[in-house]
Design a protein around this ligand. Structure first.
Ligand SMILES: Cc1cc2nc3c(=O)[nH]c(=O)nc-3n(C[C@H](O)[C@H](O)[C@H](O)COP(=O)(O)OP(=O)(O)OC[C@H]3O[C@@H](n4cnc5c(N)ncnc54)[C@H](O)[C@@H]3O)c2cc1C
Length: 512
């Protein structure tokens, strides 16, 4: 099958991939191809970011911002990467998002930006577009990139393997890509390849992430031999809606800030017992663990959030109110069923502060990358900023390289089994095993015994999936499952190896 050639191949069109593309597109000399796994190129974690993007507030400074990030990171953040973020981020938000892309962040009556203070931030410094900041950013960046004829977006195209040569040094030459509309796997060759594939929340039974967040990029990079780091650090959000029709819907932590209280389905308020003095206002990780513990000990499928005493609930939380009423819940009189959910992946493919990985000509940006900014826990509203800053930096560094794609004949063809399509019910069943195993044993509270059990199950799953890949035709669902199992193993192995509780990694049998 004929190869597609590009100067730069970007896998992913969330904020990070789009920021890299924009930086490279401007001088119009390079051919850039952006792939998205989804048919709608806007569909991504970025699209669902409700909160906002951090910048600098009034009476604020890069030093204060950095101190907040370092505190959240619990001693594991890389101070150099943090410095880059806080020094370059605010100017990029202004230049790229406000001036070039025209993102209409909320303003006050006198025309100044409306800056919000979020948990863990010592200043009001978060910019928002209502509660749809991510959607506004991704739409504006796609619109802007459409004006560059040297940028092509190919949707419904899943990268299934990186194309590498062993070196030394080992080099990346692009990716084998499953074009979902035809079912063909075609080599996409490029001088430089950029992983911008986002996170892995879908590995867990409960998550805030959309279906595409299944760890594809982490698995691709690891299979190609790139270094990965801090995979045990998965951040959980304490309260997402536990109704099947409302899956993934976040119930903002501000609801507890305004008086919402957690109770068990049989009516027991429990937070005070877990966090004396703090109660329902305890930090995010403590609340997630308490809910998980109650669910596990008593077999509850969820706990409840009582909002009856939240003043002016319908006007204070209009989106949540509307959505819950649509789903038939009589809030604020009726309590909201909630569960904690996997939210953000702090680890990933190791990169330096220019997005370079340990493989030559392979870069990684955004949630799939581990720049070191987030350490053992992420400060709210810094993920979009990290994607913007390190996406832009990767673009700068790639622009300095003068490399051409390999000639297509040097690339071995994709060896595809000509078997039948994999049985969707079987794929669904394997995913179910993976997601419940990750939730039960590699989730919010971990111990060596549970992690060892998870590793055994996941290794068996991987063997079964690899066998399936040898016999069945490759589909996006099968490729995703293959990536998901590898990514899950990386998280479980890192969690098993590390007995120290720190940030979002909690080992009940380990060192505090
Ligand atoms: C509900 C929710 C709320 C959030 N709120 C905030 C917030 O308020 N502030 C904040 O800073 N962060 C927030 N986050 C986190 C933030 O949205 C993400 O970390 C960030 O958007 C990730 O951007 P990204 O560009 O790395 O990846 P994504 O935006 O996830 O994009 C990934 C891209 O990769 C593509 N892709 C994946 N696999 C493949 C493959 N195999 N082949 C080809 N393409 C592939 C996808 O199609 C997609 O285009 C939130 C996340 C969620 C889920």
């Amino acid at each position: 099958m004929r190869a597609v050639e590009a100067d730069v191949l970007i896998l992913g069109a969330g904020i990070a991939g789009l920021a890299t593309a924009l930086r490279l597109a401007r001088d119009r000399t390079r051919q850039i191809v952006i792939l998205t796994r989804e048919a709608d190129p806007k569909e991504s974690n970025t699209y669902y970011a409700q909160g906002g993007i951090a910048t600098l507030g009034v009476e604020d400074s890069p030093e204060l911002f950095a101190a907040d990030i370092l505190r959240a990171g619990a001693g594991l953040s890389d101070p150099q990467a943090v410095r880059v973020l806080v020094e370059e981020g605010p100017a990029l938000v202004q230049r790229v998002l406000v001036e070039e892309a025209g993102v209409a962040f909320d303003r006050t009556a006198d025309g100044a930006f409306h800056l919000v203070r979020e948990g863990g931030h010592s200043r009001a410094r978060v910019l928002r577009v209502g509660d749809r900041t991510g959607a506004a950013i991704v739409q504006a960046l796609h619109d802007l990139l459409r004006s560059f004829p040297n940028v092509q977006v190919v949707s419904a195209a899943t990268a299934v393997e990186l194309i590498t040569s062993p070196g030394p040094p080992p080099l990346c030459h692009g990716a084998y890509v499953l074009e979902q509309r035809t079912g063909e796997v075609r080599p996409y060759l490029a001088g430089v390849t950029v992983l911008a594939t986002g996170g892995l929340g879908r590995l867990f039974q409960h998550t805030t992430n959309p279906p595409g967040a299944r760890g594809d990029g982490l698995a691709l990079a690891h299979r190609a031999g790139a270094k990965v780091l801090h995979c045990e650090y998965v951040q959980f959000h304490p309260t997402t809606l536990a109704l099947p029709q409302g899956e993934n819907f976040l119930i903002s932590e501000a609801v507890r800030g305004e008086g919402g209280r957690l109770l068990t389905p049989d009516g027991r308020f429990f937070m005070e017992a877990y966090a004396p003095g703090w109660g329902d206002l305890a930090p995010r990780d403590v609340v997630s663990r308490a809910i998980f513990q109650e669910m596990r000990t008593h077999g509850y499928p969820y706990v409840l959030l009582d909002v009856a005493k939240v003043p002016h609930f319908p006007t204070r939380f209009p989106t949540i109110f509307r959505r819950l009423r649509e789903l038939g819940l009589s809030v604020p009189e009726e309590p909201i069923p909630v569960v904690p959910a996997a939210h953000y992946f702090c680890g990933g493919v190791w990169t330096d502060v220019w997005g370079r990985t340990t493989l030559e000509r392979l870069f990684a940006v955004g949630e799939v990358a581990c720049t070191g900014v987030h350490g053992a826990n992420r400060l709210a509203s810094t993920a979009l900023l990290e994607g913007l800053v390190f996406g832009d930096r990767a673009g700068q560094k790639i622009a300095e390289l003068r490399v051409a794609p390999l000639p297509p004949r040097a690339v071995p063809p994709w060896e595809a089994p000509s078997g039948p399509d994999p049985d969707p019910a079987r794929i669904q069943r394997l995913w179910q095993t993976l997601r419940t195993t990750m939730w039960e044993e590699v989730g919010i509270v971990r111990d060596a015994q549970g992690l060892a059990r998870a590793l055994r199950i996941l290794r068996e799953l991987e063997a079964e999936v690899e066998e399936l890949c040898r016999r069945a035709r490759l589909t996006d669902a099968l490729a995703g499952l293959r990536a998901g199992v590898r990514a899950a193993l990386l998280v479980a192995e890192a969690a098993w190896r590390n007995p120290e509780s720190r940030g979002v990694h909690f080992r009940r049998d380990g060192r505090p």
